[in-house]
Design a protein around this ligand. Sequence first.
Ligand code: FE2
Length: 191
Amino acid sequence: MNFKFGLPLNFNKWLDDNSHLLKPPVGNQQIWQNSDYMVTVVGGPNKRTDFHDDPVEEFFYQFKGEAHVLVWDRGQYEKVHLREGDIWLMAPHVIHSPQRPNPGSLCLVIEHKRPKEKHDALQWSCACCGTLIKRYEMSLQSIVKDLPPVYEQFYATTTEERTCPNCQTVHPGREYVEWHKTLYENFKHLE
Ligand SMILES: [Fe+2]
């Protein structure tokens, strides 16, 4: 028999073989290529300021260590804990930002290939008041190829473009430490 994705593989052996990719600077690795299910393992540490609007469901299995997901909904933030052993199925269009502060944490993430007409988006919002600063929509066919140019586009914006139209705070771009510090100062319920 010819199996497109090969025979079953031992997950622990796969993790051992790919351990160098599951930490910075890469931090994630897709198990099978050219598949309809994009099965990825994501490792910590990794912190980010972008939020992802996914048109399809995302499945999380936090099988080692802890992580959390910040969720943005019309100017409000919520925090969803992913404790070791937790599984979570997230509905489409939950605008989310996975945070993996702990070195060595590992999460299995499964998402489906996008139908051509359904678009993803990346967006950034104000850490002081929650107002949307920038949103970029894209047809996402490859996580590896299609996302980095969008990050670069946001990081290349001017201070004026990153100024919150509501409270005039400047979004610090890629400076995630500063953005998170401001977030936790202003949204105490996230602690
Ligand atoms: Fe603001």
